[in-house]
Design a binder for this molecule. Sequence first.
Ligand SMILES: Cc1cc2nc3c(=O)[nH]c(=O)nc-3n(C[C@H](O)[C@H](O)[C@H](O)COP(=O)(O)O)c2cc1C
Length: 359
Amino acid sequence: MTRDTILAILDEAKNAPSGDNTQPWQFIIDKTDVHLFNEPEKDNPLFNVDQRGSHIGHGALIENISLVSAHYGYHMTARLFPDPATPDLVATLSFQEMEPKTSPLYNAIAQRTINRKPYAKKPLTDPQNEELHRAATYQDTALRVHWIENQVAIKTIGKAVSVNEIVMLEYRALHDLFFNDVRWTDADEQKHKTGLYVKTMELAPPQLAAFKILKNWNIASAVNRLGVAKFVASQNAKIYGSAAAMCIITVSKNAPEHSIAAGRLMERIWLAANGAELSAHPITGVLYLYQRIATGDHSLSSQHVRIVTDAYRAIQSYIQGDTGTIAMLLRIGYGGHPSARSSKLPIRLLSEKELAPKA
Ligand SMILES: Cc1cc2nc3c(=O)[nH]c(=O)nc-3n(C[C@H](O)[C@H](O)[C@H](O)COP(=O)(O)O)c2cc1C
């Protein structure tokens, strides 16, 4: 396997989702192996509890690399966290020649993207359901997948996940981290190629105007007294509650390798959805704030702890009997074409020298 082939595979695979499009990954190509590194400071630290969000993104990337490699005629094997002394080394990937195999999931990698529009409340067709379920057969005993198609349940979950917006607009640290990640102009998006490209947020002109004003913390905190945060959440609840299905992935153990597995599974489902002309949208704020609370963090106010915990429990009531941690929640449905797509960074290669401990 040549270095050029490896680079070509990584370049196709890089269209993977990551929290706020941070793409917290760098690579070392070591002969025919690839070492994949996490950049722990990249993702929003309030959501990225123990790097779980970043690891889910890495899982999605690894799944893409596996699918692209098979298309090129290589079987990819991932050794996860091979060096306990280097926790940022997420995986060492190696490749063996095989008959080229192009799966339908591979064909969806280039088109895969988030769609934050409202979705039509039309049920999934049987073939779409079959595609999604086939993609969801990923072998990891720590994972469970739940499909919710009941419209009352979807609406309730949509309302629960919208509680994130209340905390985001009322809690200064989260407010500032969130708004700092927004790319407000095309030039800004092109310059960074990371962060939340404002056109992908699908805001109508009046919402966009309000959103720009809320960027200012003093204004946000003043208008919150008039109930603006709750109003924003109630508007978004309608969007979140518009879906043909919701897919919930749980992990029975919060170990990094299971977050990677959850990310691989999420990516397969997302690719199957986009391949079947369906849209997908992860909604994780409440889930990750709850994980923060569950790990003993006391930075949220008691009021926010209460509403996040209630929201998490409301979601949990739809996966009864499963006591695992909810790692991912995807809304899936008929959203049409998104208005814009996020950019992706070029493949960033680390040199061995950069890895050497600083003197
Ligand atoms: C772990 C994880 C959590 C995410 N959570 C959210 C979320 O709560 N809300 C949202 O709109 N997008 C969420 N996303 C989607 C990312 O924002 C999206 O993948 C990124 O902006 C890149 O866009 P793309 O998927 O179109 O390439 C999440 C993605 C990952 C991997």
